[in-house]
Design a protein around this ligand. Structure first.
Ligand code: PLP
Length: 408
């Protein structure tokens, strides 16, 4: 009899997107003529920009010629891409991040999911609530969550982010070892300021905790004083890892390329109190379990940093930000409390008084034929909220927003 890893039985079914799809399909079956618009998708709709396509094609041709063919590449990514990332995303913005500290990967999802492997199986975890489900589920799989009761896991330290605290997590009341922070935030669309991040970095340094900072949406920040990286904060090199992705920045959700930044100073400890470098541990992990991102894809990602690539991707993100603005203003016109949507592709609505997230979902679907995502699916503190995304096309976003504005 082969026994299973029982931690998997502790996972709470991710019914969220399946249930959204089920209710949407049922509505469409009952109303075949209805024009249902989805503002629920967390995927991009705009194609790769020309600079990237050109680079991908060129790399394909190289792979087809004996002189330029490449087999296995470096586990951490090719130097040309690691250097471009360090230079454009960090050094040009005044941060002392070196190319050797960049690990190229096939996705920020895999990176944030895998990184917890480096830490003790009884490490205490703090998470924002509502939250991107990957942080939680991977720690449940690893056996760190404790039992589930009353909608929460007993060993997880939840940091509620609601309108009452302006969607900013408070410092944990009890000691934790690992803190997941996501800014600009999925799902709430809120962005942590420099002061917010300083508070977290100082806490992590004082408690010898590690911050896993997900900045997959940093390219959506337009307000000049908001930090794009945790490494803009003094001391972060000693307490933080950062995850970024070309997915939302450059439309790579189907092409797959991301990276994480692991500073050489970051250390964690064994039971005897000896320090170990996280950079070397992560390299050991990656070289054992990962064989790198395709050369072709890394050339495509490199092209994002060319001047054409920068200009072209900026136009695409501006379109999504314009969508977010349209959604935000229609929601407000409808008399709803609406948050986010300014330096992020997510608008986070407060449902009307007494209306649960799922009741609001059904109302939006039945009355407006607009699909969004119930906030309760992202955590207990998401109950009474609803997420709309800016990733649809401008035309369909405008049409959905027009319907939303009629709600009042
Ligand atoms: C979309 C997203 C990512 C990016 O995931 P990839 O695997 O790189 O596509 C990471 N974190 C959050 C919070 C996201 O929403």
């Amino acid at each position: 009899m082969t026994l299973l890893n029982e931690n998997y039985l502790n996972l709470q079914g991710s019914y969220l997107f399946a249930e959204v799809a089920r209710r949407t399909a049922a509505f469409k079956a009952a109303h075949p003529d209805a024009q249902v618009i989805s503002l629920g998708i967390g995927d991009v709709s705009q194609p790769l920009v020309p600079a990237v396509v050109q680079a991908l094609k060129k790399a394909c041709d190289e792979m087809g010629r004996a002189e330029t063919f490449r087999g296995y590449g470096p586990y951490e990514g090719y130097d040309f891409l690691r250097s471009a990332i360090a230079k454009h995303d960090y050094q040009a913005r005044g941060m002392d991040i070196m190319a050797e500290e960049i690990f190229v990967s096939d996705g920020a999802k895999s990176d944030v999911a895998n990184f917890q492997e480096l830490f003790s199986s009884d490490a205490r975890i703090a998470l924002q609530d509502p939250v991107y489900p990957v942080y939680l589920d991977t720690n449940v799989m690893a056996g760190r969550s404790g039992v589930f009761s009353d909608g929460q896991f007993k060993r997880i330290v939840y940091l509620p982010c609601t309108a009452e605290n302006n969607f900013k997590p408070a410092l944990p009341a009890k000691p934790v070892d690992l803190i997941y922070l996501c800014s600009p935030n999925n799902p709430t669309g809120s962005v942590l300021t420099r002061e917010d991040l300083e508070k977290w970095v100082n806490w992590a340094l004082a408690h010898k905790a590690v911050i896993l900072f997900d900045s997959a949406y940093e390219a959506f920040i337009r307000q000049p004083d908001l930090p794009h990286s945790i490494f803009e904060i003094a001391g972060a090199r000693k307490c933080a890892v950062e995850f970024r992705s070309f997915s939302k920045t450059a439309g790579f959700t189907g092409t797959r390329c991301a990276y994480c930044v692991v500073p050489k100073e970051l250390q964690i400890y064994d039971k005897a109190g000896n320090a170990h470098g996280v950079h070397d541990l992560w390299l050991r992990r990656q070289s054992t379990k990962f064989n790198g991102v395709p050369y072709i894809v890394q050339r495509g990602a490199e092209a994002v940093f060319s001047s054409e690539g920068q200009a072209q991707t900026r136009v695409v993100i501006d379109h999504y930000l314009a969508n977010a603005k349209v959604i935000l203003s229609s929601a407000k016109a409808a008399g709803l409390q609406a948050y986010g949507g300014e330096n992020a592709p997510y608008v986070w609505l407060k449902t009307p008084k007494g209306c649960t997230s799922w009741e609001f979902f059904d109302m939006m679907l039945n009355k407006l034929q607009v699909v969004g995502t119930p906030g309760s699916g992202f955590g207990k503190a998401g109950e009474g909220y609803f997420r709309l995304t800016a990733f649809n096309t401008p035309q369909l976003t405008q049409a959905a927003a027009d319907r939303l504005a009629t709600l009042k």
